[in-house]
Design a protein around this ligand. Sequence first.
Ligand code: 5GP
Length: 258
Amino acid sequence: MKQKNLLYTGKAKSVFRTDVKGKLIVEFRDDITAFDGGKKDTLKNKGSYNASVSAFFFSHLEKNGVKTHFLEMLDDHRMLVRELSMIPLEVIVRNFAAGSIVKNYPFKEGSPLKPPVIVIDYKDDSRHDPMLNDDLIAALRLVTPAELKKIKVIALKVNVLLSKLLAKQGITLVDFKIEFGRQGKTIYLGDEISMDSMRLWDKKSGESLDKDVYRFNKGDVMVTYNQVAARIINNPKSATSKKIAALTKKILIVKKGK
Ligand code: 5GP
């Protein structure tokens, strides 16, 4: 598999063509940004932590019947994926009130949302990702009503699967953002699922284990990412875990010793 020309550069990932039709390479860079790019840094190994956690989650979801773009890890920060035509929606599932819904609505931080709340934003940084509703999504012809229904069902399934997986490691899945794309008529989960796109709280201490550490200067974000990646991936019982842990072993062990 040869990496070919750069197709797209985002805030933390770059996408490359390959010599195989329908397959792309996603490179997770060491860049971290927040507040629509208003805060930026480059932090060593950050790309690898997010790539390995994403790969682990995608593999777990695939095993449980969720179609994702993930094919395989090429090294600790590059994954081979199915080429998708991305849908400009940010699908957010919330189990507890935090972040923008606490800012914008009268929710108390940390209050449980039962059933979980799905919020869908229009992915456009220049417009600050405005929130959509079903009518706007239909009027903008972003997806058909049947596709929207399917996307919501998949989002809730991802929520159940990841909440259970993380609970076993003593982590609460507060909320997360996912993105979808199409290959033909089939909808796949694309992009990434990592500490950059989720809110994770330690079940015992309540401390943040995600990008909020960087957003709000709560501590050393790389120490947090290292610890949470090790906690999520290092499951000796899982074959996927072993494979992905082997790729990231070097960085996880180096940082673990700190
Ligand atoms: P909030 O709306 O509270 O800012 O974000 C809700 C959840 O979705 C958080 O876990 C946050 O990390 C994720 N999220 C929302 N918008 C974006 C985005 O533009 N990029 C990424 N990576 N995650 C987002």
